[in-house]
Design a protein around this ligand. Structure first.
Ligand code: HEM
Length: 442
């Protein structure tokens, strides 16, 4: 017999939603830890018309993400969150349709493509570091806006293949509106509100990318949009123009905030942990300025630093699903239609799975310690199963090229007493823009 799932009291839920929404965005981890301490690994927040069930730990992650039955829909919760702005993105598809689209979308993420993207990244990052160097001489460097602009510019160049210029600048602004609208709390198409700006931004992007498609279909360029125009299954099936547009807009969104978040958290931890910064710099010095896709594994320490950063600051702190059928987990019955939430950020701080989980300790990922090997689903910044992040190699490449070149050129510093104020949800980011000092290495 399945047991009843412990409930968070209605007043507590209402207080949280109405009065403490902002605090929860900032420190979601403490709130989750408190709820799991009070109610155990499975609890529900029940508003009558809406049930949300939180599951904790690697076994829950495996159950939900691998979804072998299958039971869970990714489309339903993500449609509620971003469906009006990013409809039909890969994460917003389920089942056979998702499988079919994902197969075609793999093509622009294969090794030869990643090798070509790496070349473009190296050049763009080098140019941008020179700009930052000139600015750093006159005052502190605000890492968050700088990384955000760079990742958007790289998306324009590498994803769409357009040169930096006026139209790219406009696209970058529009793109910010799109992302803000998808996170917006007030979702009414009222002129002047961020949601309406997002809907207009979507129209702009559809026109902008739509105008490029005929040219891209007829060309053999190396950008992602061209590759997506040519991608096909063994049976010769290709995407329609509309499918390409939906996938491209979603991809650009999926790529830039998550990577910006990772770059910021990593920059902060490198500045706080000078020993690790020096160690990563030594490894980078042993390689040339340009970092190729096939050289990524040679930066062993940087690899552990990136994994540890994603453990402490997963850009997506929670992952939602909707149960399409009732099912049982750990002796509890999950009713059909319930929203089910698993939590990378909570799992990544469980002392059952990690030694001293609040400590930044990249060596926990070394082969000798291998703390991430204790369970297949204890480290899940990129999710898992059929919806596992398609861009994880791309993200690894972009972050490592950036850090490799940055460390060869600069020492990154923050004052000893500086603690980065973080907003953990919906996507982890520094609240103060992360001011750091970049000291050029002679
Ligand atoms: C550090 C950076 C990144 C992190 C932490 C991250 C994280 C994630 C996570 C957790 C998911 C799964 C969400 C779920 O199951 O509900 C996901 C899906 C996805 N990500 Fe990423 N992501 C990153 C970068 C990127 C980049 C750079 C791209 C594209 C170039 C990308 C493209 C996608 C796509 C297309 C999906 C949907 C996959 C599917 O539904 O089959 N991501 N990502």
């Amino acid at each position: 017999m399945a047991s009843a799932i412990p409930r968070v009291g209605l007043l507590d839920v209402l207080r949280r939603v109405i009065l403490e929404g902002d605090r929860e965005r900032i420190d979601m981890l403490s709130r989750l830890a408190q709820l799991h301490d009070d109610h155990g690994p499975v609890f529900q927040q029940d508003l009558g018309f809406f049930k949300m069930i939180n599951l904790a730990g690697p076994e829950a992650n495996r159950f939900v993400l691998l979804d072998q039955s299958p039971i869970f829909s990714a489309r339903k919760p993500w449609m509620q969150i971003m469906g009006r702005i990013f409809p039909n993105g890969l994460l917003l598809l389920d089942g056979a349709v998702h499988k079919h689209h994902r197969k075609i979308m793999h093509m622009p993420f294969k090794r030869p493509a990643l090798r070509a993207y790496a070349e473009r990244m190296n050049t763009m990052i080098d140019e941008r570091l020179s700009v930052w160097e000139a600015g750093a001489a006159t005052g502190p460097f605000l890492a968050f806006p700088a990384y955000k602009e760079l990742t958007l510019d790289m998306a324009a160049a590498i994803f769409v293949g357009v040169d930096l210029g006026e139209s790219t600048r406009k696209m970058n602004r529009v793109f910010e509106d799109l992302v803000a609208a998808s996170m917006s709390r007030v979702r009414l198409p009222i002129p002047g509100l961020e949601f309406q700006r997002g809907l207009e931004g979507r129209k702009f992007m559809l026109r902008f990318l739509g105008d490029l498609i005929p040219k891209k279909r007829a060309s053999d360029g190396s950008d992602m949009l061209t590759r997506l125009c040519h991608a096909e299954t063994e049976d010769g099936e290709r995407f329609s123009d509309q499918e390409i547009l939906d996938h491209m807009i979603f991809l650009m969104m999926a790529a830039h905030d998550t990577t910006t978040s990772t770059l910021c958290s990593m920059t902060y931890e490198l500045a706080k942990n000078e020993g690790w910064q020096e160690r990563a710099r030594e490894e980078s010095r042993a390689l040339g300025d340009d970092l190729g896709f096939d050289e990524l594994d040679r930066l062993e320490s940087l690899g552990w630093i990136m994994k540890e950063t994603l453990r402490r600051y997963p850009p997506l702190p929670v992952i939602p699903r909707v149960a399409d059928q009732s099912c049982e987990f750990d002796g509890y019955e999950i009713p059909r239609g319930a929203m089910v939430v698993i939590s990378p950020i909570y799992t990544h701080h469980m002392d059952r799975w990690w030694d001293d989980p609040w400590r930044f300790d990249p060596a926990r990922f070394s082969p000798e310690r291998g703390e991430d090997q204790r369970h297949s689903h204890s480290w899940i910044p990129f999710g898992g199963g059929p919806h596992m992040c398609l861009g994880l190699r791309f993200a690894e490449l972009q972050v490592k090229v950036m850090m490799h070149r940055l460390l060869r050129r600069f020492r990154v510093r923050v004052p000893d007493d500086y603690e980065m104020p973080v907003q953990q949800a919906p996507i982890s980011k520094p609240l103060d823009g992360l001011p750091v000092r970049l000291e050029a290495i002679a």
